[in-house]
Design a protein around this ligand. Structure first.
Ligand code: NAD
Length: 244
């Protein structure tokens, strides 16, 4: 099969890809940070000060996301992974999906090679030992949940403001970006680093950059192709043109 783009292909997604599934974005119109203050909800200090409030916020977000389904853009990325990987004789590095989203909708759609930069709404982590526990409960009841091994509090397994990303995960994202021949950046305001520097890394290493976003972003001046519109419309349309 021939494509109009070169592989390996790397896709970087942000909150905008889930917008049409009903998950609110962070910045911009209707964004979560328009109505909530990140420093009160998404920092280690906030969790120390008021773990109940922070857990309530994440429980509310879990409830919201649990009612949402993957949309046509998520599904297109699943198909893209299958087709591109098969075209490259099963090469595991042919397609990498790097996401800043914590909603789990890529995995729910069926994407396999997903690098989750900012953690998951559906995982909790022991503040003392760092052990992770997957947990899909919506009603937490006791907000000060304890680690079954050491009894320390469990926190949401997401990267908060002011925190470092997991080094192994970040390394994987940089390596994929350096290898990429094509990078598609979907639904991110391209403001939060280090995620925002991945497309620049790819570009410096010769990748072709494609941006899917209804709005202009700081990345827009550097891209080779712009799909200016909602991801659930633009991405399936673009994908159809790649392998008619
Ligand atoms: P964002 O809200 O900053 O940007 C969303 C982007 O999506 C915008 O550029 C918007 O134009 C675009 N968009 C809106 N609707 C769209 C659609 N239908 N199709 C395509 N694009 C659309 O979200 P972001 O860029 O993902 O933000 C970066 C990260 O900041 C987040 O992913 C999040 O992980 C992170 N963050 C979150 C927390 C937290 O809550 N704990 C803390 C720190 C950082």
């Amino acid at each position: 099969m021939t494509f109009q783009f070169e592989a390996p292909i790397v896709v970087l997604t942000g909150a905008g890809i889930s917008a049409e599934s009903g998950v609110p974005t962070f910045r911009g119109e209707g964004g979560l940070w328009r109505n909530f203050r990140p420093e009160e909800l998404a920092t280690p200090q906030a969790f120390k000060r008021d773990p109940k409030l922070v857990w309530e916020w994440y429980t509310w977000r879990r409830e919201l996301v649990s009612k949402c389904e993957p949309n046509a853009a998520h599904r297109t990325l699943v198909e893209m992974e299958v087709v591109v990987t098969a075209a490259m004789s099963g090469d595991a590095q042919a397609f990498t999906l790097i996401t800043q989203n914590v909603d789990g909708l890529h995995e729910a759609a069926g994407s396999q090679n997903v690098v989750t930069l900012h953690g998951s709404l559906w995982s909790m982590r022991c503040v003392r030992e760092g052990r992770r526990f997957e947990d899909r409960r919506l009603k937490m009841g006791n907000y000060l949940l304890r680690c079954p091994n050491c009894d320390a509090p469990l926190r949401p397994d997401v990267v908060w403001f002011g925190e470092m990303l997991d080094e192994t995960v970040l390394q994987k994202a940089y390596e994929a970006s350096e290898r990429a021949r094509t990078m598609i950046v979907i639904g991110t305001s391209a403001l939060v680093h280090p995620a925002a520097s991945l497309p620049i890394t790819a570009k410096r290493n010769g990748a072709r950059l494609i941006e899917v976003n209804p709005e202009e972003t700081p990345l827009s001046p550097y891209v080779d192709e712009t799909l200016r519109g909602p991801a659930a419309v633009e991405l399936p349309r673009w994908w159809k043109l790649q392998h008619p």
